[in-house]
Design a protein around this ligand. Structure first.
Ligand SMILES: [Zn+2]
Ligand SMILES: [Zn+2]
Length: 140
């Protein structure tokens, strides 16, 4: 399995995403389809996107431009300047759709009602314990 953004083999994370299709009508990137005719790049996004550590960091930061620039550099080889710019637009549009359709899973956390400190520790959440107050401030 490879990173769905930059194709790096070092996948560390999967991002859940609703299914969507991305046709790059204006991207200027043409590929041969199954019937041997040239067609625009069409991407079918299904289920999830795999990401390497670098791309995952951009996704977590919701950095569309950073992600596009980073991934596009990995597809530079063998393309003319014009085709590469076209591909970049395609990637940008596709990632924009990805951000619009991705399913963000809220990580469980406990926020202390006294001091506002947030903990992601499973025991703190379970017991309502605040490390800032050193007390079980979440206990009802
Ligand atoms: Zn990547
Ligand atoms: Zn507290």
């Amino acid at each position: 399995m490879a990173c769905d953004f930059c194709s790096s083999p070092n996948v560390v994370k999967r991002f859940q995403c609703k299914d969507f299709d991305s046709a790059s009508r204006d991207a200027g990137v043409m590929r041969m389809n199954a019937e041997g005719r040239f067609t625009n790049v069409v991407l079918n996004s299904r289920n999830y996107w795999a990401a390497c550590a670098n791309c995952a960091a951009y996704v977590d930061a919701e950095d569309l431009k950073g992600l596009t620039d980073y991934a596009a550099d990995h597809w530079r080889e063998g393309l003319t300047e014009l085709n590469w710019l076209g591909l970049k637009i395609h990637l940008h549009n596709t990632y924009r759709l990805f951000f619009a359709n991705r399913i963000r899973i809220e990580e469980p956390s406990f926020t202390c009602p006294e001091c506002g400190l947030t903990s992601h520790n499973a025991n703190d959440i379970e017991q309502g314990y605040c490390g800032g107050c050193h007390a079980f401030t979440g206990k009802k």
